[in-house]
Each structure stands twice: as C-alpha cells, then as structure tokens.
Design a protein around this ligand. Sequence first.
Ligand SMILES: *Cc1c(COP(=O)(O)O)cnc(C)c1O
Length: 406
Amino acid sequence: MLINHLNRQLRERAAQALTRQRRTALTPCAPQQQVALDGQPARELLAFCSNDYLGLANHPALVAALAEGAQRYGAGSGASHLVSGHSQAHAALESTLATWMAPQIPNAQALYFCTGYMANLALLTALAGEGAAIFADKLNHASLVDGALLSKAPLQRYAHRNLTVLERQLRQSDAAIKLIVTDAVFSMDGDLADLPALLALAERYDAWLVVDDAHGFGVLGPQGQGSLAHFGLRSERLICMGTLGKAAGVGGAFVAAHPTIIDWLVQTARPYIYTTAAPPAIAHALSASLALIAGDEGAQRRAQLQQRIVQLRSELSKMIAARADLAWALADSSTAVQPLIVGDNAAALALSAALEAQGLWVPAIRPPTVPVGTARLRITLSAAHTEADVQRLVAALAAAAEELHG
Ligand SMILES: *Cc1c(COP(=O)(O)O)cnc(C)c1O
C-alpha cells in the first residue's frame, strides 16, 4: 500500500534525523522575522538563512514598483510567453539584462524564466541533445544535476573544483558538443569556481562553459554585475544563468548567451514553452531592482555585506579556535554564504535548535543537499544585518557550544 510504504520511509528518514520542517514567516523577509512552527505561537527570530544578500526583498522602492507593475499590467500574465503572456515588462527586463551581460558575453541576449530551477532544466535539456556530453562539478546545485539527467546526455561529474580530472574527461571525450557546467559560487559551501581556468579549458577543448551565478549575480563584480565580471571574463563560449530571487530580491531567473542559443531556447526549451509567463509586475519590479543594484545604493549595500562577512569570519574563527575540542570548521568562503561544518546530522540539528532557543534562525543543512558526514549550519549574511546582529550570532554559537558540549 502506497501510504504504508511512504510512512515507513518517512520513519526511516526521521530515524536518520533527516525530517525537514517548514517554518511559516508572518513578516517580510528581513533579519528580524516573526516565524511560526507547527501551529506554535509565532516568535521573533534573528534570521541568518535567506539569500536576500543585499536586503532588497522588502525594499520600499521594489514593493512600490511591484504595486505599480500590477496597476499597469494586472495581476497575471494569462498565458505562456509564446502564446500571449509575453509583456512589454518582460521584454524591457530582458533588454536590460542583455546590456548588463554584454561586456562578458559578446552580443549577449537574455531570456527571463519563472525560476532558476526551470532555467537550468531548460538550458541543459535544450542544449545537450544528440551528440552532446555534460561535464559537471560534483557539488553543483540540484537543478543543474536534474537538468543534466533530464537531458539524457552522458554526464560526467568531476570532484569538486578538480580541473585535472575535468581536463582528462574532456581530452577523452569525442562528443561533438561539450558542456562544462558549474556553480559560480557553490550554494552550500560559498566557495568560488575557478572560472578563468574553466574557460581556458573550454577554449582548449572546444567546449562551452555554463555558469550558474545564483549567488554571484548582484553581489560580485563591479556594480554587482556578477561572477563573470568579477573575474573579468569575456567570451562567446560563456552561457550564464542568474537568479533574480536572491540578491535581486524579487523572483525568477535569466539565461544570457549568444543570440542563437537564446533563439534555440525560445524555440525548443520545454520548461520555457510549456509554462505560464510570470506576472509582468514581477518583471517590472525586477527592472527597478537592477537599477538599484547597479547604482550607488547597490554599491553601499555590497560594501555593508562585505563588512559583515569580514566581521563574521574574524569573530567566529576566534571562537572556534578557543573550542578546539569541537570538530567545527568554518568553510573557506569569502562570500555571503558562510557554512559552519559540524559533520553529523543530529549534531547539526541540535546546534540549530540551540540557536533557535536563543532566538536565532540558522538552518541545518543535511544530506542529500550536502555530502554525507558534512552536515552544517548554512549561515548567510545580508547587507541588512548589523554589526550587533553578527556579534549576537557568534555569542549564541559560543553559548550553544557550552550547552551541548560543556
Ligand atoms: C537557488 C539556486 C537555483 C534555483 O533558483 P530559483 O530561482 O530559486 O529556482 C539554481 N542554482 C543555484 C546554484 C541556486 O542556488
């Protein structure tokens, strides 16, 4: 019986401390949030878990732009892009994104998607057809893994950032079309792919480099232009996916690439074709977000975020050094994603719970999202965090260490 079968599997997951629970937020995304769990009364928590790196998700200018977009274009798009759902607001956003990416990808065009997950499925299934092969970092985001599997192209995964292995795979491949696929900022580790070296390999082996810039777009590079700009890259071989629900604070994603690639996606990518276009108001709000990101306020927010990253790393490393008895390790990351690796699933959950008891919200991330034995707290920082917020987090971690380990 299906229900018995599922219940048995759910119990097995629970026994391995793998049960996932949703918390219901009653207030907008921000460092201070009211959150309810399982019908319990709501509590005020200091959150270190969103990907709202610039603190734009509840920015008054974007809220106003969303409302204005709804006044102008209505609530919904009414149809898919190829039928009648493609609005002037989508077109304007795509044109801004194309200009944004053109310094990195000559003649770039951009295509807007409802989510980054769908953009990655679209990209990989449309490009990795007959005769293609995919080469992917082992720690890539699940959406890239799923896109590769759905494409049915042969998939070779190389150990995280191991370019020696990748080069061997490329050299031995006789595929007519080779796609190297990587996160730019790895979502659960915060470290950066060596994009210049990957692009050099793509050039040497006549491959294409697909970069998922979910955590770099808006944050890295001059004017928040993203990871490609951070490394000063420019090539027609680059295909970039960026999400717009993280630093950009709204929702959706885009692919930027050579015009022929974008045309091919419009003609053939099923996750693009067979879905209702996102509400035009979202695209309208995103255009406002891009202007903000590229302007002075964006620069200020990136500087604030940078200060919090430096502060957290310095204070937390000191705290960890003082507790050498614990096997805690701060990952080697210079980005807003600052994982504290704990190892054991139950230990990560207990630590997250101890922080929650102190009024902090830092999620435990467990397999299969991360490799077995590397369960962690995924601390994410935002420009909206204050110096005092970060101090409070480090003090709470020290108190939790005392409480759990004496
Ligand atoms: C969040 C994320 C995605 C998916 O983007 P959504 O817009 O949330 O669907 C894809 N890739 C990476 C690396 C991500 O972190």
